[in-house]
Write a protein that binds this ligand. Structure first.
Ligand code: ATP
Length: 239
């Protein structure tokens, strides 16, 4: 569903990604793990068009979207829930969610039932239902994070990129985020997940890639990576 071949990316002269290839098959959850600064966020940005790759290709649902603007890639069916809490602070929770569905009005695929999807999102994120009339800027940090995720779901995309959805959350909310990811997986969504909690990410994922200094060092089925001594030592708290 999403395929990246030989992706190179840089900020100015500083090369960050040195030829990354990865695949996210339809209906699967794939996780990208790696230390701070390895290039995980940069990979997400290069996929979603927030930065232009220097080299390589990004294919989404059979379409080459390399180098397109992010709004075009969103219309092609990619939702990016970026690191940090990006919500429209002066709009209500419901309006934020409806805005998430906006690219569906302009792309060629069937628009689907937005009202139904809004109810579904509220069901998936009960905290948002309780606060649906509240201005997004007055939500707690964790609630804003959930709103950013729910907005990505409202695009009804082919693929969802989730960049550190649990960042800065209290443990109880971290558990809730992983529960929601599990639910989205059960719904058959296709996701690429970047997470600081590598063990939890591998537990929910089907497949994993380890990124080291802008290169994929190891990849394999998530359960295999969980049991790989080198991966355990480096990323899973020493095993
Ligand atoms: P983390 O887990 O800390 O978020 P990451 O694996 O997501 O790390 P990236 O955010 O992709 O890493 O950063 C990779 C490298 O690119 C780092 O060395 C970082 O300093 C650099 N970098 C990121 N954003 C920029 C930018 N806008 N301008 C210049 N360099 C950047």
């Amino acid at each position: 569903m999403l395929s990246i071949q030989n992706l190179h990316a840089a900020y100015g002269k500083v090369q960050v990604l040195h030829g990354i290839s990865l695949d996210v098959p339809k209906g699967k959850v794939v996780t990208l793990i790696g230390s701070n600064g390895a290039g995980k966020t940069t990979t997400m940005r290069a996929i979603s068009g927030m930065i232009k790759p220097k080299e390589g290709t990004v294919t989404l649902a059979g379409k080459n979207v390399t180098g397109m603007d992010s709004h075009q890639i969103a219309r092609a069916g990619l939702a990016h829930s970026p690191e940090g809490r990006r919500v429209f602070a002066t709009m209500s929770v419901t309006d934020n969610l409806l805005l998430g569905a906006f690219p569906r009005f302009t792309r060629s695929r069937p628009r689907g039932d937005i009202e139904h999807d809004l109810q579904n999102a509220m069901e998936l994120f009960p905290r948002l239902r309780e606060r649906r009339h509240q201005l997004a800027g007055t939500l707690s940090g964790g609630e804003q994070q959930m709103l950013a995720m729910a907005r990505a779901v409202m695009l009804n995309p082919e693929v969802i990129l989730l960049d550190e959805p649990s960042m800065g959350l209290a443990p109880i909310l971290v558990d809730e985020v992983f529960r929601i990811i599990q639910r989205l997986k059960q719904e058959g969504r296709t996701m690429l997940l970047v997470e600081q909690f590598a063990a939890a990410a591998l537990a929910v994922a089907d497949y994993g890639y380890v990124l080291e200094n802008g290169r994929i060092s190891v990849h394999g089925p998530a359960d295999k990576l969980q049991n790989d001594p080198a991966v355990q030592a480096a990323y899973l708290g020493g095993g």
